[in-house]
Design a protein around this ligand. Structure first.
Ligand SMILES: *Cc1c(COP(=O)(O)O)cnc(C)c1O
Length: 479
């Protein structure tokens, strides 16, 4: 069994196995005809059930053969131009290379004595990101597992910085379109049920700063404490960017922590043409970025950035077995002092390889391309009488719904749209997402693949209309 350990003696076997795995994936990518096969849980479950985990196959070729049917054949492929579903991006090759390296070396970024150069590379990327945000020299941050964790940590810092220990008095303000991790974080942080105040959005799905101001004033008048304002720079559904300068001014006026959730919009930090859309982000106390959304990085790669690095001390604990207090005096860089995680992947290496190969402009151009594509898609939808489109995209999402020519009730239209989404998924021809707007069922394209064309969008709109029309035709017959 020792032959399976990766070490000097098994280097040749490592090379062979990994190369074989890479070849399988490469052939699968080349052979993929759609983003999905349409397999159902009922069809796939028996295939996976049939595998006896207590009877190993012994060698990687056999395991890779088996993997074809249990995973590779029916996976959902984000690189396919007709995958338009959630906030998943196709990945860039330098990052995949980084992933292969980091898992083989297997550094753990909690302490210097488990990572050495890995720690310094991560720190340099944090500094790079802070530079792009426009933070000053006292800024800091750390890589995290994802935007949800970054939001949680940011709100933890905000709670600790708040001017009261009475948790029931703390309030967080975020728009009605903010990510659900804000609500979850409030719960995890022990705040009251009413801690999150939902601020309505304008017609472009941006937080209404006038209402925010009124709510802050009401909060103060009631003797409550405005702990944090969460501005979303790229809402999950609409890609809308809250008015950052107005929110920053209010945060200063009311002494609230300003957090910018740029999990999606962070791609603009590298954009050669659209960086100004994030103006005001440099006034935040903390920022969430998800490189695995708009920097074309494999899951996971995310970070929290803070304007005043010292605030990260609220996440610091010292353990004799890991990061004893003396290591601070000895100036040993232990990233665990800044993180909610202990053992932690060297995800930063993927971004490092990406920047070293492509440069920031290279990544930013890819994000620009999908923003341009969204503008084209918006024009298509706006000119198509079969569709109602919600807002002009600020980033790369389009939210729309099919509207039949013949009279139909709002409930029927909801069902027709839901049916079209499901039928499309089952056909495997394209994957789109869904959401609700004012209680009604809508569909969503999240465009993160520069290989997707306007023709793909037009073709998918025809497919959706076809499914919806067929559904409505059948319901009318049966009614
Ligand atoms: C995706 C998303 C998150 C959560 O990020 P994960 O990496 O999925 O944990 C948070 N905020 C926004 C605005 C997002 O779009």
């Amino acid at each position: 069994m020792r032959s399976h350990l990766l070490n000097d003696a098994t280097a040749e076997s490592y090379r062979r196995s990994v190369t074989e795995g890479v070849e399988r994936v490469a052939s699968r990518l080349a052979a993929t005809r759609g983003p999905f096969t349409g397999v159902t849980p009922a069809e796939l479950a028996p295939v996976i059930d049939a595998v006896d985990l207590d009877r190993p196959l012994g060698d990687s070729s056999a395991a890779l053969d088996e993997l074809e049917s249990v995973y590779l054949r029916d996976a959902v492929y984000f690189h396919h131009p007709r995958y338009l579903g959630h906030l998943n991006c196709p990945v860039v090759i330098p990052a995949v290379l980084g992933e292969a390296v980091l898992s083989a070396v297997n550094s753990s970024l909690d302490t210097w004595d488990q990572s050495a150069g890995g720690t310094l590379i991560e720190r340099k990327l944090i500094d790079w990101t802070n530079g792009r945000i426009g933070f000053g020299p006292s800024a800091d941050g750390v890589f995290t597992s994802g935007g949800s964790q970054s939001n949680l940590q940011s709100l933890l810092l905000a709670r600790e910085e708040a001017k009261t220990d009475d948790l029931s008095k703390l309030r967080i303000f975020s728009s009605e379109c903010s990510h659900f991790s804000v609500q979850k974080s409030a719960q995890l942080l022990g705040l009251g049920r009413d801690a999150v105040v939902s601020i309505p959005v304008d017609r472009n799905k941006r937080m209404q700063s006038v209402v925010l101001a009124a709510q802050l004033e009401a909060c103060r008048a009631e003797g409550l404490v405005p702990m944090a304002i969460v501005a979303t720079a790229g809402t999950t559904d609409f890609g809308s960017i809250d008015p950052l300068p107005e929110i920053a001014a209010l945060a200063e006026e009311y002494g609230a922590w300003m957090h910018v959730d740029a999990a999606y919009g962070c791609g603009l930090l590298a954009s050669p043409t659209r960086r100004h859309r994030l103006d005001g982000i440099e006034r935040a106390d903390s920022v969430t970025v998800d490189f695995h959304k708009s920097f074309f990085q494999p899951v996971s790669s995310s970070a929290i950035l803070v304007r005043a690095g010292a605030t990260l001390r609220h996440a610091t604990y010292h353990a004799d077995y890991l990061n004893p207090a003396r290591t601070v005096a000895e100036r040993i860089p232990n990233q665990v002092d800044k993180s909610l995680q202990t053992t932690r992947r060297f995800d930063a290496l993927k971004l490092w390889m990406t920047l070293r190969v492509m440069g920031a402009d290279g990544v930013g151009q890819l994000f620009d391309e999908v923003c341009d594509l969204a503008a084209e898609g918006f024009a298509l939808l706006a000119g198509d009488p079969r569709y109602d489109v919600v807002v002009e995209p600020q980033l790369s999402t389009l939210v729309y719904r099919y509207i039949p020519a013949a009279a139909a009730s709002p409930e029927e239209i909801d069902r027709a749209n839901l049916h079209a989404r499901k039928a499309l998924f089952a056909s495997g021809e394209a994957v789109v997402a869904g959401t609700k707007v004012d209680g009604r069922q809508y569909l969503k394209f999240t465009l993160l693949n520069p290989e997707t064309t306007a023709a793909d969008i037009a073709a998918v709109l025809d497919l959706i209309a076809g499914h919806a029309e067929q559904y409505l035709g059948e319901t009318l017959v049966h009614a």
